[in-house]
Write a protein that binds this ligand. Structure first.
Ligand SMILES: Nc1ncnc2c1ncn2[C@@H]1O[C@H](COP(=O)(O)OP(=O)(O)OP(=O)(O)O)[C@@H](O)[C@H]1O
Length: 494
């Protein structure tokens, strides 16, 4: 037997049917005078109607109303009503001298002028304030006032963006995040069974909207210290692409030098995987072959590869890039850096993209950091690391080093407009990954193990794979003879 609260919640979810219930109840009551069964029908409909009314009057709905439309209305009203005061306290107001004639005398009055408030609107947890600069003010002045406005209105975060079109040169939108939607943990849900490869949904943005990441035509670097939640971003991408993997519109290549602990869980999604440095070189070399073949086929025809069934987008997923580029054996490291740099510079347009995770984003660890075209900055250890990952001047607008360890999966990203946004990836439980990897298993398996023979094409791998033969030591020359050769003046050298 369901509880009344359950009925209330159910009725609340289906409240759009309340009109239908009302209509049917009225019809049933109307028929009641002629049809003996009608009162019973009305009695059957009445609980649903009562549940709906109860839900509408319940404290849950009142709270939802207060935290939803009412709260948003209050935010908007506060800005509109006290705009002059807000502008003055944020340093946006100024004064102009106006000369007037009073009783035949010239009087100079000082008038307070504020930038014009063009629009105030709310979207989810976002309060958007569109401001047009007053005379003598620049959009930089408006940008500088944004943190002050955010703190005056008790906003959680803020960002500014220019307005496009019209008198855009002097108009700015200040987006204030009024409530933090990212404090709650969200578990990922299975993706729609559509083969999409352009973008994948990874989680939520701080304004309450969705966070999606573009995959096609981008190389992605996911940086974050241990426990920052790189796994959520990695599996969000792999599992989001799962329907496309099954349809062979996308092929995933996995490199996990942490003994495959992470990627082996969803191995069914990967056409090829490498859990040792030597196999990783095999994966990179095979992808270079794909690039060479595609380059030859696409030359003069198209500039961006269009993935189709059988001619897919290749996504190379590397968990802990540093294991390959910094901590591997020096000969492997050298080859890996060269091959990966080539893939990063040539692969994007040819339908070969890289998604790499790294704990330590320093240049000596990830030498090709600058070749990635988009970055996701999860929790980092210092402001310097934020600059390394997101770029100069980003510590103020996208402080990834200030993300709390209690909110794993939270990251700062820079969107296509160049504005920074705080996002949180959904969590992917192991069971869901395994289940998806079984159901969307790829039929394409590529063997990438480099042959350990003397095949001239794979000579470099053979060399890297096999332990190098030690060079025989040159016998040391006699110290005396060296001294004599170096000192011809002393005579008797020959
Ligand atoms: N999106 C998320 N939401 C909530 N919790 C998460 C999220 N992502 C990860 N976590 C939690 O944080 C823990 C660490 O996550 P994860 O293993 O992905 O971190 P990592 O950055 O890959 O760390 P490492 O580099 O050490 O492997 C997970 O066990 C999980 O409990």
């Amino acid at each position: 037997m369901r509880s009344p609260a359950w009925f209330a919640r159910w009725a609340g979810r289906h409240r759009r049917w309340v009109g239908v219930w009302l209509f049917l109840a009225v019809v049933a009551l109307g028929l009641g005078s002629t049809n003996a069964a009608a009162p019973f029908l009305a009695a059957g409909l009445a609980p649903g109607l009562l549940a709906t009314l109860w839900h509408a009057a319940s404290p849950v709905s009142y709270e939802r109303w207060c935290s939803g439309p009412l709260r948003r209305w209050r935010w908007r009203r506060r800005v509109r009503r006290s705009w002059k005061d807000l502008a003055a306290s944020c340093g946006l107001s100024g004064s102009v001298a106006v000369v007037k004639r009073r009783d035949g005398k010239r009087v100079t009055e000082h008038q307070v002028v504020v930038p014009r408030l063009r629009r105030v609107r709310t979207r989810g947890h976002l309060l958007e304030v569109t401001i047009r600069a007053r005379a003598g003010q620049t959009t930089e002045d408006l940008d500088d006032a944004a943190p002050r406005l955010a703190s005056t209105l008790a906003a959680v975060a803020y960002r500014t963006r220019p307005v496009s079109g019209g008198a855009s040169g002097c108009t700015t939108v200040i987006e204030l995040v009024m409530a933090d939607a990212l404090t709650t943990h969200a578990t990922a849900v299975e993706p729609e069974p559509r083969a999409v490869c352009d973008q994948v949904r990874l989680g939520r943005a701080q304004g309450g909207g969705e966070w999606s990441l573009t995959i096609r035509g981008r190389h992605t670097l996911v940086a974050g210290c241990s426990g920052a939640g790189k796994g959520s971003v990695l599996w969000g991408i792999c599992c989001g692409l799962a329907p496309a993997v099954r349809a062979d519109v996308v092929r995933l290549w996995g490199v996990d030098l942490k003994r495959g602990v992470e990627l082996a869980m969803g191995s069914g999604l990967f056409s090829a995987h490498a859990y040792t440095p030597v196999d990783a070189l095999g994966v990179l070399k095979t992808l270079m072959t794909v690039i060479d073949e595609r380059g030859a086929a696409m030359a003069g025809t198209t500039r961006l590869h269009q993935p189709v069934v059988g001619d897919p987008l290749h996504v190379l997923v590397i968990d802990e890039l540093a294991a390959l580029t910094a901590y591997a054996d020096s000969s492997i490291r050298r080859d890996a850096e060269r091959l990966l740099s080539e893939i990063l510079t040539q692969g994007r347009a040819l339908g070969v993209v890289v998604v790499a995770c790294v704990q330590d984003p320093r240049k000596d660890v990830v030498t090709m950091r600058g070749l990635f075209t988009q970055t996701v900055a999860l929790r980092l250890r210092s402001g310097d690391e934020t600059v390394m990952v997101l770029g100069d001047g980003m510590t103020r607008v996208a402080p990834a080093h200030r993300i709390s360890p209690t909110f794993p999966g939270t990251a700062w990203v820079v969107d296509d407009t160049g504005a920074a946004d705080r996002v949180r990836a959904d969590y992917w439980p192991d069971d869901l990954i395994r289940d998806l990897a079984t159901r969307y298993r790829t039929d394409v398996r590529i063997d990438v193990a480099p042959p350990r023979t003397t095949d001239p094409l794979n000579a470099e791998f053979g060399e890297a794979a096999a332990p190098r033969a030690r060079k025989p030591r040159t016998p040391r020359s006699d110290r005396e003879s060296i001294r004599l050769v170096k000192d011809p003046v002393g005579g008797g050298a020959s």
